[in-house]
Design a protein around this ligand. Structure first.
Ligand code: NAI
Length: 305
């Protein structure tokens, strides 16, 4: 079934270039009106310019779409609220939010300053919070919303020199998990994208011949899917070079020790079983973990819950 977004309004942050630009173009192609947000700074977050966002707006309009540019720094809640206000005044609703804006301050942890750590958290995690907070009440009121956070394999699995970025990128997964639960009743679906693409952010990592293979255009259909009416919720879609997969968090079944049995050494001795993936499963909410452990403890002690 063709995914159409006619009449819908999407905000794409950091859409002046790279993945944000191709996300914005892809959503516009499906009929969504787009707020092209971009601070227009350097890769490390310094400076700003409105040129990039305006160029993407011009591209969308040239393709027959509708778009407006916005230069808010996503880390600034007041500017973000004004951006959402701008969209509401122009189009009266916000259906889709793609939290994509991002910067890098890579350093080994030994050399990582608190400022480098804080700035990356401010843009990726607080920026995602700010934009989501600013649209949340609107989406609840509309009883419709699609929100995508941008995570990264650096957060999901780790990457040398990116402790700040990895922490921020895993932070948005926690935000997604909770907002999925809080939004479900209002038809707000919340997902994350963990992409890889040849952009300014990765130009010194990707070899030149891989740049074309890892085109951002090969990721953005995933954003259209996550923005559509039939989007899933609480999924981490990983995407690069035209491939798509889902990253999941599993918990092993685990093992219970009675107070008599319990010791650090007992855990060490049973480590293989505790760590065994045999009966691992995805938990649907934090409370399921306490429930599982409560049931194990009660069963071991012969208590009926
Ligand atoms: P990029 O550097 O090409 O584009 C990021 C855009 O965000 C820039 O246009 C920049 O001006 C804008 N931006 C930065 N800080 C901002 C702020 N405070 N407020 C508003 N706009 C701001 O980067 P790329 O590669 O397109 O990355 C997009 C997203 O995907 C980022 O969240 C990044 O962390 C994530 N990502 C990218 C990967 C890749 O392989 N390119 C890998 C994993 C995640």
């Amino acid at each position: 079934m063709t995914i159409r977004l006619d009449g819908q309004v999407a905000i794409v942050t950091g859409a002046g270039q790279g993945l944000g630009r191709t996300h914005a173009l892809a959503l516009a192609e499906r009929g969504a009106k787009i707020v092209v947000n971009d601070l227009g700074g350097a890769r490390d977050g310094t400076g700003h310019s409105s040129e990039a966002a305006e160029a993407v707006v011009a591209e969308i309009i040239a393709n027959g779409g509708e778009a407006i540019a916005n230069g808010a720094n996503v880390a600034d809640l007041e500017r973000v609220e004004a951006m959402v206000q701008q969209a509401m005044e122009k189009w009266g609703r916000v259906d889709i939010l793609i939290n994509n804006a991002g910067i890098l301050r890579d350093k080994s942890f030994l050399k990582m300053t608190a400022e480098d750590f804080r700035l990356v958290i401010e843009v990726h995690l607080m920026g995602s919070f700010n934009c989501t907070k600013a649209v949340w009440a609107i989406m609840r009121e509309q009883e419709y919303g699609r929100i995508v956070f941008t995570s990264s394999s650096s957060g999901l699995y780790g990457n040398f020199g990116q402790s700040n970025y990895g922490a921020a990128k895993m932070g948005v997964i926690g935000l997604m998990n909770v907002l999925h639960l809080e939004g479900a009743k209002y038809n707000i679906r919340v997902n994350a994208l963990a992409p890889a693409a040849g952009t300014r952010m990765t130009e010194d990592i990707f070899p030149a011949d891989l740049f074309a293979l890892f085109a951002p255009e090969a990721v953005s259909p995933g954003i259209v899917f996550l923005s559509g009416p039939d989007a899933p919720s609480r999924k981490i879609l990983t995407a690069a070079a035209g491939s798509f997969a889902v990253s999941k968090i599993y918990e092993t079944e685990g093992l219970n020790f009675t107070p008599d049995e319990l010791s650090a050494e007992a855990i060490a001795d049973a480590w293989e079983e505790i760590d065994s993936p045999d009966q691992q499963r995805e938990l649907q909410a934090g409370g399921e973990q306490s429930m599982k452990f409560g049931q194990q403890a009660a069963a071991k002690l012969g208590i009926k819950l």
